[in-house]
Design a protein around this ligand. Structure first.
Ligand code: TA6
Length: 300
């Protein structure tokens, strides 16, 4: 559908408008009295969330690509139907198929009191390679109001169980990652991908002194970024998620990514609502599973 056709069919006066975004990709701008967000049909990818009276909550790299076949670096990538590499197929792309797939618009509506809400969907056919999950429908509902809510619904259309790992891989803007802390992970077991070893988080809030890449498992509570430099706290809550992933690439990893500016890493931190490692999900035949994250920024 062209942008004009999308606006004719789904536009909602000043609340929801389709425009041409970066790289000529189609972008939906949703505006509510309490907040505003932007999302691309490419990857059903949220790239901006600004609470009314506040600052941009998400982070997008200045070097991000905005083109078919490439994931956007930043915002909220939808990592689905696998998180990380796919064990059964080493040639499969990192973090699944959704973030490089184009989605169609199913609906755009104003839901009182939740906010303005859009549903993007895509059907993924039977896998063409052994070991790859297939035959499912993915809906991504984005709602902006007093918070930003992103819900990722998987419907299994196949005859067998659908094995699923997934993440709403949210990149948050911070004043300086070396000066923030993350709450609500005390005592939680994790797998550290930097050391390649398991561990248990200590009693203190998490702080950052180097590359950080941990998958916290069997935890449903979400996390909170405390950022005194920005006078802000970002609360990341979640539903249908037993893993929380926390990531900052630091200097070496950032320099190794072409779509990530070498000196951008201090200004970002990922807190991801996920189901990964031992928290993998199996969606029964004809069943569905919803992974949701709700983001609220509070000025302190
Ligand atoms: O969620 C953290 C992580 O799995 C890191 O290990 C790193 O790979 C990051 O995701 C980004 O992955 P990408 O494929 O987007 O470069």
């Amino acid at each position: 559908m062209t942008i004009n056709e999308l606006n004719r069919k789904f536009g909602l006066r000043s609340m929801a408008k389709f425009v041409e975004g970066r790289g000529g990709l189609t972008k939906l701008v949703m505006t509510h009295e309490l907040g505003r967000c932007e999302l691309y049909l490419h990857g059903a990818h949220v790239t901006s969330y600004v609470p009314t009276g506040g600052k941009e909550v998400l982070w997008v790299s200045r070097k991000s690509l905005f083109e078919a076949g490439a994931p956007i670096r930043g915002g909220i990538p939808v990592c689905h139907p696998w998180f990380g590499p796919l064990e059964a197929d080493p040639e499969a792309p990192m973090h699944g198929l959704a973030r490089t797939s184009d989605f169609e618009v199913e609906s755009v509506e104003s839901i009182v009191p939740d906010g303005v809400s859009a549903v993007l969907k895509r059907r993924f056919a039977k896998a063409d390679k052994p070991g790859r999950p297939g035959n499912y429908e993915l809906r991504v509902r984005v709602t902006v109001g007093r918070s930003l809510c992103v819900a990722c619904e998987t419907r299994n259309l196949g005859r067998d169980e659908l094995p699923l790992t997934e993440a709403l891989h949210s990149y948050f803007g911070v004043s300086d990652v070396r000066k923030v802390s993350v709450m609500h992970l005390s005592g939680v077991e994790y797998f550290c991908k930097v050391k390649g070893a398991p561990g248990v988080e200590g009693a203190k809030p998490v702080t950052f002194k180097g590359e950080f890449d941990r998958v916290y498992t069997d935890t449903t509570v979400g996390a909170k970024i405390v950022d005194p430099g920005a006078k802000r706290e970002i609360n990341v809550s979640k539903r249908g998620s037993n893993s929380t992933v926390v990531w900052n690439p630091w200097t070496k990893k950032a320099a190794a990514m072409a779509d990530f500016g070498d000196n951008e890493w201090p200004r970002m931190l990922c807190i991801e609502a996920a189901n990964a490692l031992s928290d993998a999900v199996r969606v029964p035949r004809g069943g569905k599973h919803v992974l949701e994250t709700v983001i609220r920024a509070v000025t302190r």
